[in-house]
Ligand binder design. Structure first.
Ligand code: F6P
Length: 321
């Protein structure tokens, strides 16, 4: 057990729904354990500028259902430099911070690892709609983003059916098709295009030309990292001669009120992160594996890549026949 008195937290990188619920959980659970809590604004940028506020029970009230992050978020280039890193360490010392909790994705965790190497006690909480952090089944914000996509794609399906149209819908995921595959199954789309698996557009166009009698909508979900929806649409139109419409969902996927799953995960990850610091752990992240919340060395992330579930990808296509 560490004798810690004051911890700090920050949200960094692309925001995700449930970050506020996480801030609330960390703050309240830390106060319950007689710790003081401060929140740095705008991620590592706020840490460099020493821009923070003390968090008490009421400053995190009424935020569990709000998207975005009350601490704001940013990506800081300065923090990646040796000088920037030193400045961050100095500010943590100046404010007598015994442990830091960072909430974000892979870039945020790289920063956490660097801080650890400079002697800072730091724990990470995975929060990214991409859900691409190895070691954890889920990251905060993924489930809400899927639900946002389900909601919009079912609206698109309504109009697609009316007009016997084909829609190409672009979802986020620059490096990974994890969002696209999971949303594709949940939305019962016909084709999923992801960076990890090569597809033959001519084959898809051929299938479209011969699609089942009576089928009045065709949905193609494309991950932004695989191709632009507009390019896929042009090719399909040319090859299949079918009318095509395009919808790019964009940042809508990062907003809204967090789902029940993201709020519960936020509560559990918040508690676990504080417990890890109290236990004296550093360079750890909170994870959930098979519905069990645990801690895992951040190092795991550097040696592993989270793979897209290819079996689920295959199933999506079998079920859409
Ligand atoms: O990392 C999460 C993510 O939402 C990606 O899926 C997306 O490519 C990226 O962030 C976009 O980020 P921004 O618009 O904030 O630069």
């Amino acid at each position: 057990m560490e004798n810690i008195k004051r911890i700090a937290l920050l949200t960094s990188g692309g925001d995700s729904c449930g970050m506020n619920a996480t801030i609330r959980a960390i703050t309240r659970y830390a106060i319950y354990n007689n710790l003081e809590v401060i929140g740095f604004y705008e991620g590592y940028k706020g840490l460099l500028n020493n821009d923070y506020k003390m968090l008490d029970l009421s400053s995190v009230g009424g935020i569990v259902d709000r998207g975005g992050t009350i601490l704001y978020s940013a990506r800081s280039e300065e923090f990646k430099t040796r000088k920037g890193l030193q400045k961050a360490v100095d500010n943590l010392k100046k404010n007598e911070i015994d442990g830091l909790i960072v909430i974000g994705g892979d870039g945020t965790f790289k920063g956490a690892h660097d801080l650890h190497n400079m002697g800072v006690k730091v724990v990470g909480i995975p929060a990214t709609i991409d859900n691409d952090i190895p070691g954890t089944d889920y990251s905060i914000g993924f489930d809400t983003a899927l639900n946002v996509i389900i909601d919009i794609v079912s609206k698109i399906r309504d109009t697609a059916s009316s007009h016997d149209r084909l829609f190409v819908v672009e979802v986020m995921g620059k490096q990974s098709g994890i969002i696209a595959v999971n949303a594709g199954v949940a939305c019962a789309v016909d084709y999923i295009i992801i960076p990890e698996i090569e597809v033959d557009l001519a084959q898809i166009a051929n299938n479209i030309k011969n699609h089942r009698e009576g089928k009045r909508h065709i949905l193609i979900l494309v991950a932004e990292g695989a191709a632009k929806a507009s390019d896929v649409a042009s090719s399909i139109k040319l090859l299949a001669g079918h009318e095509v419409r395009v919808s790019v969902l964009g940042h809508i996927q990062r907003g809204g009120s967090p789902s029940a799953m993201d709020r519960i995960l936020a509560a559990e990850f918040g508690r676990k992160a504080v417990d890890l610091l109290i236990e004296g752990k550093s360079d750890y992240m909170t994870v959930i594996k098979g519905m069990k919340v645990d801690g895992c060395p951040i190092d795991y992330m550097f040696d592993n890549k989270k793979e897209v579930n290819k079996d689920l990808y295959k199933l999506a296509h079998i079920l859409s026949l």
